[in-house]
Design a protein around this ligand. Sequence first.
Ligand code: SF4
Length: 125
Amino acid sequence: MGQGDRKPKRCFKFEHSTISSQMYLRLASRFLFETDKRLLAKAVWTLGVKGLLSVHKHKRRLKRGEFFPPFLYMSVINSCNLRCQGCWVDVSAKQHKIELDAANETIRQAKAMGNSFFGILGGET
Ligand code: SF4
């Protein structure tokens, strides 16, 4: 492999990086200028301000030797008819669903610890 073979690779990386940067700039621009302002304010409050507070409370708990995560993601069921690469749901295991009361209690306890951001994950029913 001569030096001439290496230059196109570098150019490709540069172009790829430039395309990614432009894509992120366009995404940020659309997010800031095309999103409904009330929705934007709510996202900043919920994900930004409350998310930072959750992380701050998490760090204070860690200093006291307590562990409770700043964000909670709940998987509602462990079955799925798809097999996405990288999915951590054990689709071959016996099917389990989280009961509504258990989900509500988990969220209540997490809110009491200062959490305000919850993610609902698959599988699929
Ligand atoms: S649970 Fe979600 S990520 Fe996993 S296989 Fe099903 S659809 Fe894909």
